[in-house]
Design a binder for this molecule. Structure first.
Ligand SMILES: *Cc1c(COP(=O)(O)O)cnc(C)c1O
Length: 404
């Protein structure tokens, strides 16, 4: 990255000391850090125009509404979405998936089948299990192979006329695998199955044009791409969102309420019941702007450089086992060191100021597949550096010596 040290100045938290040493933050796949441009935008909202949106005619409310709707436009443009009303603000990826899965209840019956994969995050498994419990539909699972890739040949054999829906992640949060989504979407569409893409990991690492890939639904969270927590969005094709019942009832999602009959508002408001996370949505827009200023091409190539460097250095340590070696992956590395429990490694790394995630990463089926209790996961972002990787490797060597 050209101005990596200048970019790092945007992130106040990167100056933090942990146990007397500089913080090395390698847990970006769990949540990314927030640049001051985004923090300031949120502070501005509370200091300058905090008020409820869409309701008041007063100046503050107009400002808040304009900024909130500006974020919708930023997201629409960034993700190549045709219609503005196809962007629904949610509390995050999990919420977005639940809007779709619970809305489908009336369209799914006991002879239907739904497909997820073995590498899904729990939030793209459990909502579908709940839907299957309610409807008696069958949930089928695309297996993974040793490389940590999806077995597409098996997927092809799973498709039949009963398969109504395929819900798949773009990028695995525990292995880093980038899935061949164009192929999956095309195969599913040929089979008349709708597709939801879990973009929680993918959106942070590269640009995606949703109209081009022709996916039916897409979900993502702001906090994985430099935005605040508790906010995200659901994209759906207009006609599908119109056919989907609203998820919650309340204010803002209606056009008329009487005790005889309530009329729902049009998209997108039909799915945005109650007062939303206004400052969060505004911060989300600022985060997308920030990342576009740096440029997703720059982010992608620099993160690949970090991935290669970290992988090579990790392989120098004896007893390291890296899980997943797919052809295409993002800067996420899941590994174990000898027979040490991942959490023992994690706590020693923390003593050296290094933040990694340990455990199952909300992907227990992946851990079961490799027959391990969990992994240590390093997930690198565009504001990380090679010297941080060196610090991490030193600390890991110390951990290895300490644990024997
Ligand atoms: C983080 C993540 C989720 C869940 O996102 P929330 O913001 O917690 O709702 C879902 N899928 C993947 C692939 C993730 O990485």
């Amino acid at each position: 990255m050209k101005n990596i040290y200048k970019i790092r100045e945007d992130f106040p938290i990167l100056n933090k000391k942990i146990n007397g040493t500089d913080l090395v933050y390698f847990d970006n796949a769990a949540t990314s850090q927030t640049p001051k441009q985004v923090i300031q935008k949120i502070v501005d909202y509370y200091e300058q125009y905090n008020s409820n949106i869409h309701r008041g005619l007063h100046s503050l409310s107009t400002d808040a509404t304009n900024q909130y709707e500006l974020s919708r436009k930023i997201i629409q443009k960034h993700f190549g979405i045709k219609n503005n009303h196809e962007v629904i603000f949610t509390s995050g990826t999990t919420h977005g998936i639940n809007i779709v899965s619970s809305g489908l209840e009336s369209q799914i019956n006991s002879s239907d089948e739904l497909i997820v994969s073995e590498m899904e995050h729990h939030s793209n498994i459990v909502p579908w299990q709940i839907l299957c419990e309610k409807t008696d539909a069958k949930l089928k699972v695309i297996p993974i192979n040793k490389e940590g890739s999806l077995d597409i040949d098996t997927f092809k054999t799973m498709l039949n006329k009963n398969v109504k829906f395929v819900s798949i992640n773009h990028v695995s949060n525990s292995l880093g695998t980038i899935n061949p989504i164009e192929e999956i979407i095309e195969l599913a569409h040929k089979n008349n199955s709708k597709v939801l893409l879990d973009g929680a990991q993918g959106a942070a690492h590269f640009k995606i044009n949703l109209s081009e890939i022709n996916v039916d639904y897409y979900v993502a969270s702001a906090h994985k791409l430099c935005g605040p927590t508790g906010v995200g969005f659901l994209y759906g094709k207009s006609e599908l969102l119109e056919a989907l019942p609203s998820y919650q009832g309340g204010g803002e999602m209606i056009s008329s309420v009487t005790f005889k009959k309530t009329e729902y508002a049009d998209l997108p408001y039909k799915f945005e019941a109650g007062t939303p996370n206004i400052s969060g949505v505004i911060g989300f827009g600022a985060a997308i702007d920030y990342m576009n200023d740096i440029g997703f091409d720059n982010i992608e190539s620099y993160e690949q450089e970090l991935l290669k460097y970290a992988t090579d250095r990790l392989k120098e340590i004896s007893g390291i086992k890296i899980y997943g070696n797919p052809g295409n992956k993002i800067s996420v590395i899941s590994f174990n060191l000898s027979n040490h429990h991942p959490s023992d490694i994690g706590s020693i790394l923390d003593q050296f100021g290094i933040a990694v995630r340990t455990g199952q990463h909300c992907t227990q089926p992946v851990m079961d597949y490799y027959n391990i209790p969990g992994t240590v996961r390093v997930s690198l972002s565009f504001y990380n550096t090679k010297s941080e990787i060196d610090l991490f490797i030193d600390a890991l060597e110390k951990a290895s010596n300490m644990l024997g």
